[in-house]
Design a protein. Structure first.
Lengths: 295, 230
């Protein structure tokens, strides 16, 4: 492709955008809005996943031993637990440690425990951490059956709820992305169709004088891509600003809440939106041109 | 130059436009296609640049089997043809120069060559001094001359004209025909569908008459042979 041809394409693209200023503005706004919703949803999905993963790592099996278990049994149980597949660490919590923890949790009200005197009702226990949270439900019953074990507990409901939520978010995310992509595509198709319709005479003449379909297509394709790209750019600018502000306020008030930092999250989202916006712009142009190229 | 063999065309609605056309046009010929409205002249013309496909038969342009061309190859056939319509089909927002240069731009001709060639053809059709005017500022005859300039700017082997004088008065039509004669004399084949009795009779060229989709007459130095519609 010669330089003068490239110049021609760029000139035609911007001439057309200028000619249809209002429609171009409408397209950019709609693309920006659709991609903004998409981007916000992506931020939510990424952060939910992040929170879910964080919570998953917090899940452990608490193995409470019976008071009658001898120190040999405790040692044997610890050994057995460590040998189980997927177990990453086993922490011993003695009866005294358990009591101390409880006292710590009660804080200034720990004197409530004074009535117990020297008696310690807390059992000896192990905290078992595993490599994958999915293993927990499979390991817990096995541990429960071990000799000397009173009960093996874990936050089953919490784990299951987290999994369910992340699954729904992922599935909902894909659906939403598809729907928004379709809506954006529809808008771009219509904008370009108006542009092509306004220039159908030109397209027909081009066909008669022997222009290839690609020669005719390029300026329209560039126009669609430019509209999609600009819309995506607006959406990313808004998302970057808003997410930065949210992060700052969350850090100031709920410092422990595990939100993802801007880097590299926003880079992924920005790139995704720009690629989607530009691709949808190109696809929209191609679709609306098909009919007019049949001369 | 042009060979048609057993060409027929039936449209989807069942109307038969052409029936079993056999035809040979030699390089450098000037041929009029005449006949009443609806006789099949437009279908015939559109088949030459593959806008309309025949239902049966074969068409060869300069030895190339037109029907065997893929969609991607059709533009390259059209680059060898100059096509002219009754309604000029100019771009109103472009100058005379740009309307003609457009045909060279779309085939990606270098800018310097385009400039030189466009000015040459504008001189040929007598519009060199109006290069910067817009079509709306020009008369019908001048507009048709822009269309002719655009059709010949890429140096076609054949010029195909569908009623080129249909919107023009007799004097202007004669001017236009002088330009066509000049183009033909330089060796370019011309196929022209027309209703213009005066012109056909005055030119004394080959005349092919089509009626109801059939060639009823093919005379080397023919006449229009119908009552004038103008």
């Amino acid at each position: 492709m010669s330089l003068s041809t490239k110049e021609y394409f760029v000139r035609e693209t911007f001439k057309s955008i200028k000619r249809n200023q209002l429609m171009s503005l409408a397209s950019v706004s709609t693309v920006a809005l659709s991609l903004l919703v998409l981007g916000i949803f992506m931020v939510m999905v990424f952060n939910t996943n992040h929170v879910a993963k964080f919570l998953e790592t917090q899940v452990q099996i608490s193995v409470y031993m019976s008071d009658s278990a001898s120190s040999e049994t405790l040692k044997a149980t610890e050994k057995t637990l460590k040998a189980l597949p997927g177990v990453t660490s086993v922490k011993n919590i003695t009866k005294d440690e358990a009591l101390e923890r409880f006292k710590d949790r009660l804080g200034s009200q720990s004197n409530l425990l004074d009535f117990m005197g020297d008696e310690n009702p807390f059992p000896y226990s192990f905290e078992v951490h595993v490599d994958k949270p999915e293993r927990i439900s499979e390991l817990a019953p096995k541990i429960d059956d071990l000799n000397g074990v009173e009960t093996a507990k874990f936050g089953q409901e919490v784990v299951e709820n987290i999994f369910r939520l992340t699954k729904i978010m992922r599935l909902g995310g894909i659906l939403l992305v598809l729907l928004l992509a379709m809506a954006t595509l529809f808008i771009i198709v219509n904008t370009i169709r108006i542009t092509v319709f306004a220039r159908r005479r030109e397209v027909t003449i081009m066909k008669y004088v022997g222009a290839t379909d690609w020669f005719i297509r390029w300026p329209f394709l560039l126009e669609g891509m430019f509209l999609g790209f600009t819309g995506a750019l607006v959406a990313t600018l808004v998302i970057n600003q808003v997410y930065g502000a949210i992060l700052n306020s969350v850090h100031a008030t709920l410092a422990f809440f595990p939100l993802l930092p801007t880097w590299p999250l926003l880079l992924y989202i920005d790139l995704t939106l720009i690629v989607i916006g530009t691709a949808i712009g190109a696809a929209g142009s191609s679709i609306s041109l098909r009919k007019f190229l049949k001369v | 130059m042009l060979l048609m063999s057993g060409v027929s065309k039936t449209y989807r609605n069942g109307s038969v436009a052409l029936k079993n056309i056999d035809l040979h046009i030699k390089p450098g010929e000037f041929v009029f296609i005449v006949g009443p409205s609806g006789a099949g002249k437009s279908t015939f013309i559109k088949m030459l640049f593959k806008e309309v496909l025949p239902t049966t038969g074969k068409i060869y342009v300069d030895g190339v089997d037109v029907l065997a061309l893929t969609d991607k190859e059709v533009p390259f056939l059209r680059r060898q043809l100059g096509i002219i319509f009754q309604d000029y089909r100019l771009l109103p927002d472009r100058t005379v120069y740009d309307n003609v240069a457009f045909a060279m731009q779309v085939i990606e001709s270098p800018a310097v060559k385009t400039r030189r060639r466009v000015m040459t053809v504008l001189e040929l059709v007598g519009l060199k001094n109006r290069a910067n005017a817009y079509p709306a500022e020009l008369s019908g005859g001048e507009q048709q001359r822009i269309a002719i300039a655009r059709a010949i700017v890429n140096d076609p082997i054949m010029v195909i004209a569908d009623e080129p004088t249909g919107n023009l008065d007799p004097e202007t039509s004669k001017d236009i025909m002088r330009i066509f004669t000049g183009i033909n004399e330089s060796g370019t084949t011309i196929v022209m569908a027309t209703h213009d009795k005066e012109i056909v009779d005055a030119m004394g060229k080959r005349v092919i008459a089509i009626e109801n989709g059939v060639i009823v007459r093919d005379d080397a130095k023919g006449v229009y042979g119908y009552e004038s519609e103008h």
